[in-house]
Design a protein around this ligand. Sequence first.
Ligand code: AP5
Ligand code: MG
Ligand code: ZN
Length: 217
Amino acid sequence: MNLILLGAPGAGKGTQAKFIAEKYGIPQVSTGDILREAVAKGTELGRKAKEFMNQGKLVPDEIVIGIVKERLTQKDCEKGFILDGFPRTIAQAEALDKIMGEMGKEIDAVINVNVPEEEVVKRIVNRRICKKCGAIYHLIHNPPKKNGVCDKCGGELYQRDDDREEVVRERFAVYKRSTQPLIDYYKKKGILYDVDGTKDVEAVRSEILSILGKIKA
Ligand code: AP5
Ligand code: MG
Ligand code: ZN
């Protein structure tokens, strides 16, 4: 299954993508995670991306498209994949269509997770992430058992550099301007599925699973 998870910052893309990836045995391809890893390692890509990310702006299309093209042609994506945070512009969506065409593949479904701005701000400012395994926590909705420590691997929890409120507001504005047009883009192709992302993690998960069940059949 080749899937896209669409949604505002903090909509729950990463949370749900990890679950779907595990359940279907397909890799989660998160451009945000790939870019953050490059920043942490201080590679050339990371140096280029860091400033855009910390301001809540999009990293230029040609950089992200190159990353995704390379990633999707790796062997573990043969059985399918779940894109989290890509595409984010019409140019990226068109480039993805081209990449898929070259590989003789298609996107099967685009899951659009809907959450309003005030809710995403509340979610993001209370988010914590494991440095070691990437597990996602929320200080109120999904707190770790021990303060600052990952339940799954004992790793240290941290707050992303771009998770300050003013940057989150900018990320949301960028989402509305550049990414929201993708909803129509995929609606026209007949592969868009809307999900109410304001429900709790489990409820959103089962809504997505029921959609995927119908697609597979
Ligand atoms: P990216 O890392 O993709 O960030 P984002 O899109 O802003 O999304 P987030 O990761 O913040 O949110 P999420 O939807 O994954 O939510 P999560 O599950 O963590 O991108 C970061 C930056 O990289 C961009 O700003 C840009 O600079 C660059 N970039 C990345 N991709 C790019 C591209 N394609 N083109 C150009 N630039 C690109 O959940 C959030 C919180 O809410 C967590 O605390 C979680 O525990 C909690 N939560 C989740 N679900 C629920 C629920 N149902 N109820 C209550 N709480 C919940
Ligand atoms: Mg994410
Ligand atoms: Zn961990």
